[in-house]
Design a protein around this ligand. Sequence first.
Ligand code: OOG
Ligand code: MG
Length: 263
Amino acid sequence: MSTETSTVAADVAALAATLDEATLAHRTTDRLTDTTDLDLPTAYRVQRAVIERRIARGEALVGVKMGFTSRAKMIQMGVDDVIWGLLTDAMLVEEGGVLDLAGHIHPRIEPEIAFLIGSPLSGTITPVEAVRAIAGVAVAYEVLDSRYANFDFTLPDVIADNASASGFGVGTWHDPDTLDLGNLGLLVEIDGRPVATGSSAAILGNPLRSLIAAARLAAEAGIELRPGWVVLAGAATAAMPLPKGAHVRVSAAGLGRAEVTTR
Ligand code: OOG
Ligand code: MG
C-alpha cells in the first residue's frame, strides 16, 4: 500500500473560505496542495467559490485575467500552463488614481494588454472572430498579491487563489483596427526609472491568442465573455515588487499609458 498520500479530498467551500479570509486579513496561508488533493477542475471550483463569496459581499464580475501567457511569467513562477482568474469591480483601480497598499500582503505589478469585449464570446473562435468581438484595446497593469508565502505555489494552488489577482488599471481604450497588436513595445517605469521593457509579442506571439484562449476557457467554465467585460491578456514581462509611495507608469507604443500612485 502506498504511504505517499497524506492529503485529503477537497472541501471546496472550506478551501475558498481559507483563501478569502487570508485576502481579507492580508496574510498568507499554507499552500492548499500541502494538505489537499487538488486537480485542476477542483481548483477552478475553489476559484469560483472565492468569487461567489465576493459577489455575496456586493462585488460584480467585470472580466477575466489570463495568466502565464508569456514565457517570462512561466519562467518567473515555475509553471507552464495558461490559466485564468476572475476580475470584480472592487479590483479596478481608477486610472491615474491612488492605490492604498495597506490591504496587501506582498504586491507586485506587471504590464498587460487589455481588451474590452463588444459582443459575447465563448468557445472555439478564429482570430477574425476575436477581432470582431473587441470594442477596444488598451495598455493596462495588473497588481498581483498571492495568498501564499513568497508567491510559492503549484498550478492548482494558484488557480484556486484566483491567479493571484488583486487589482488592475486600464488606460484609454483604442480602436483595435488601427493597430498591429502583435508587436507593441511595452515599458514599465517606477518613479520615472525604466524597470522593465517588453513586447506584446511575448504574449503567446500575439495577445489576440490570449483572447482566443479566454473564449475557450469561458466555454469550459460554462460562461461567456460578456459585452463590457475586460480581458487582461497576461503580463509580457516578469512582475516587479510594488513599493509604497511609488508612481508607476506602464506605456505601450500606440496605446498611451496607464498610471498609478501607491501609498
Ligand atoms: C499568477 C498570475 C499570472 C500573468 O499575467 O501571467 C498572471 C502569478 O504570477 O502570481 O497574472
Ligand atoms: Mg497578470
